[in-house]
Ligand binder design. Structure first.
Ligand code: HEC
Length: 169
C-alpha cells in the first residue's frame, strides 16, 4: 500500500508543480511586455522607430506607405539644403518652390555654380529625375554635393511629395 501511494503522491505533486510553473510563466511574459517600452531616454527613440517599423510589416500584408509618405521621408535628405515653401529661405542650396518647369539656375537669391549658370535646361520631370539620380553626372561640376538617389521609385516619390507641397496639399 505504502509503495503504491508514494508514486501517486509524487505524480500529483509534480502535476501541481508543473501547473503552478505554467501559471508563473505567463506573468513574467506580460511583465516583460510591459517593461519594454519603458526603458530610459532611448525609449523615445525606439517609440518613434517602432511606428515606421511596424507600418512596413503591415505593409507586407495590407497597407504599404503611400509614395507620398515615402517621398516625405526621403525629402528629409534634401531639406537640410532646400526649403520648399513659397519664399522659403535660401540654405546651402536654393529654395525649390516652383521648381517644376523652371529654368535651371533661375532663383535670383542663389549664387549658382558656373556649371549651373552655363547650363540651359528646363526642370522637367525627366531632367529632375536624372539630376537627382546622380547630380554630378547630370551637371558635371555642380556644387550640389549630394551622391544621388538610385531607385526610380524613390525619386518619383520625392517629386510627388515636392509637387504636393507646392500645391499646398
Ligand atoms: C548638401 C546640400 C544639398 C543637398 C543635400 C541637396 N541639394 Fe539640391 N542643390 C544644392 C546646391 C548647392 C544646388 C545648386 C547647385 C549649383 O549651383 O551647382 C542644388 C540644386 C538643386 C536643384 C536645381 C535648382 C535650380 O534652381 O536650378 C534641384 C532641383 C535640387 N537641388 C534638388 C535636390 C533634391 C530633390 C535633393 C534631395 C534628394 C537635393 N537637392 C539635395 C545643395 C543640396
Amino acid at each position: 500500500m505504502l509503495c503504491n501511494t508514494k508514486p501517486l503522491f509524487l505524480y500529483v505533486f509534480t502535476c501541481i508543480f508543473a501547473l503552478s510553473a505554467c501559471g508563473e510563466k505567463s506573468n513574467p511574459v506580460t511583465n516583460d511586455a510591459a517593461k519594454t517600452p519603458v526603458p530610459e531616454p532611448s525609449g523615445h527613440q525606439s517609440e518613434v522607430k517602432t511606428n515606421p517599423v511596424s507600418a512596413p510589416s503591415n505593409a507586407q500584408t495590407s497597407a504599404p506607405l503611400t509614395s507620398l509618405q515615402q517621398g516625405k521621408r526621403l525629402y528629409k535628405r534634401c531639406v537640410t539644403c532646400h526649403s520648399l515653401e513659397e519664399d522659403g529661405r535660401t540654405k546651402t542650396g536654393p529654395n525649390l518652390y516652383n521648381i517644376f518647369g523652371a529654368k535651371i539656375a533661375a532663383n535670383r537669391d542663389f549664387n549658382y555654380s558656373n556649371a549651373f549658370k552655363q547650363s540651359d535646361i528646363v526642370w522637367t520631370d525627366e531632367n529632375l529625375t536624372e539630376f537627382i539620380r546622380k547630380p554630378s553626372e547630370f551637371i558635371p561640376k555642380t556644387k550640389m554635393s549630394f551622391a544621388g538617389i538610385r531607385k526610380d521609385e524613390d525619386i518619383a516619390a520625392i517629386l510627388e511629395y515636392m509637387r504636393s507641397e507646392m500645391a499646398g496639399e
